[in-house]
Design a protein around this ligand. Structure first.
Ligand SMILES: Nc1ncnc2c1ncn2[C@@H]1O[C@H](COP(=O)(O)OP(=O)(O)OP(=O)(O)O)[C@@H](O)[C@H]1O
Length: 455
């Protein structure tokens, strides 16, 4: 059976006709003659789509009022208004209130079916996009409560409102693109496109086609470039210093003139695009080396924004891990794992040269590889070696991960125990030789071994 459609109209004929046409198409239908019946049906089970008469005579709420109540209950539920001949203005106000579309009486069966199909399809796509966003982690949520990340949030809010060009700097994987997306989402261009062009991943010879598009020829078909696609929105130019110098000159012209020519084109294309650029490189050095044009740098960097590295905000690590666990779990269905104190201590003291991206990858790897019962917390020795390797190893060759989860006194005892056992073994159990080597009196070593409970 197709989706479940609720038809709300005070006229019996209309209810029957609409319901008949839609059930012939394979949809499940229900009907209601007034607002209370409609709300009861929605309460019993949420329909996939509602056809709603604008007037709804003899009803406690008229069509427009009911529309508002339903939209408050569930903003995502699509509603198509049924409008009488001559009240198009009301139908238009219904659309402003959130209705998906309207059909005007008398209507043709084809038109009714088409509108139903479109409304259901649009809702399905919206749901799918949301779902994919959550699964792929492409959300605009900036996680963290550290003062450095709060400062970044404030800067984003401040710069979003202006239309100025922004240059975002920060180490690889710190969240520069996420910051750019957040700026776009908080700006007046939020409903326009956000287009990403990563100069580091595009071959220099195709850069201009990607950026400006082409009229075709030269073995390429016609193609719209990123600048044109971003019209009315934001273009994010990632790794700006990786652009060929010649292209940099052309970008500079676009910034000055707000228009450009497609490759092999003859006319100029006018665009309204906000440019946010970024780089993980030291741009002063890139300018000195002649890699980045200084004039372009100044044009792009009207407002500089720096995203702090993860090592500058270690207090956010626990919350980030929690967030990524949720994300990976939604994405893959794998259960979340609790992190034991010693493992958390290692994760928080790691340097994270790949920043948040590396942390996210490691959380994912951990969830895939941490063997055993999912209800057992992940301990330090279960962490990927990439992270554990930076922790000093213990004398017995095992990783020293556990040490970091302990207070100094216990950590020292643990180390001394492992150290002494290894030395005694090295000297074949000979306490005198061990004492001599480690620089202790024989009697002191005996006392030490006793206090550490080493036989
Ligand atoms: N504060 C944060 N909260 C939640 N997720 C974050 C945060 N910062 C970054 N991420 C996530 O980390 C990953 C890397 O972020 P992003 O791609 O924005 O980094 P980048 O600095 O642009 O990287 P590159 O230097 O490689 O271009 C993304 O999955 C992003 O969603």
């Amino acid at each position: 059976m197709g989706s479940d459609i609720l038809i709300v109209d005070d006229e019996t004929d209309i209810r029957e006709i609409v319901s008949g046409i839609l059930s012939d198409e394979g949809y499940g239908t229900r009907t209601a003659k007034n607002s209370d019946e409609a709300l009861k049906e929605i309460e019993a089970r949420q329909p996939g789509l509602i056809f709603l008469d604008i007037w709804l005579q003899g009803s406690r709420l008229d069509g427009l009022q009911l529309l508002q109540v339903i939209k408050d209950l569930n903003p995502a539920l699509p509603i198509v208004m049924i409008s009488g001949h001559g009240n198009i203005e009301t139908a238009v106000s219904a659309i402003k209130l959130g209705a998906y579309d309207f059909i005007e009486k008398p209507f043709k069966a084809d038109r009714l079916v088409l509108v139903a199909e479109h409304a259901l399809e649009a809702t399905r796509l919206k749901r799918e996009v949301n779902d994919l966003r959550t699964r792929s982690g492409v959300t605009n949520k900036i996680i963290g409560k550290s003062s450095t990340i709060n400062q970044l949030r404030q800067t984003i809010d401040r710069v979003a409102a202006s239309n100025s060009r922004i240059l975002i700097t920060g180490a690889p994987g710190v969240g520069k693109e996420l910051a750019a997306r957040s700026i776009h989402a908080a700006s007046s261009r939020a409903n326009g496109p956000f287009i990403v062009l990563n100069a580091a991943t595009i071959a220099p010879e195709t850069m201009e086609i990607e950026l400006f598009g082409t009229e075709g020829g030269d073995g390429h078909g016609r193609k719209i470039g990123a600048l044109e696609e971003a019209h009315g929105g934001t273009l994010y130019l990632d790794e700006i210093a990786d652009m060929p110098r010649e292209t940099q000159g052309k970008i500079l012209r676009v910034l000055v003139e707000q228009n450009f020519q497609r490759v092999n084109g003859t006319t100029r294309v006018h665009v309204d695009v906000r440019i946010i650029s970024s780089s993980a490189r030291d741009l002063t050095a890139a300018i000195a080396d002649g890699v980045l044009r200084e004039d372009l740098f100044h044009r792009l960097s009207v407002v500089p924004v720096r995203v702090p590295s993860l090592a500058e905000r270690r207090e956010d690590i626990a919350e980030l891990i929690d967030y990524f666990m949720d994300q990976v779990s939604t994405m893959t269905g794998m259960p979340r794992r609790a992190i034991a104190d010693d493992a958390m201590a290692v994760l928080q003291s790691h340097d994270w040269p790949g920043n948040i991206r590396q942390l996210r990858n490691n959380v994912e790897r951990l969830m895939i590889l941490a063997a055993g019962d999912p209800s057992i917390p992940v301990t330090a020795d279960m962490l990927p070696s990439e992270i554990g390797a930076l922790v000093p190893a213990m004398p017995n060759g095992s990783g020293g991960e556990k040490l970091l989860g302990l207070p100094l006194r216990e950590a020292r005892e643990m180390f001394e125990r492992e150290y002494l056992v290894a030395q005694i073994n090295r000297f074949g159990g000979n306490i005198s030789r061990t004492a001599e080597f480690i620089g202790m009196e024989r009697s002191a070593l005996h006392r030490k071994l006793k206090s550490l409970r080493i036989d």
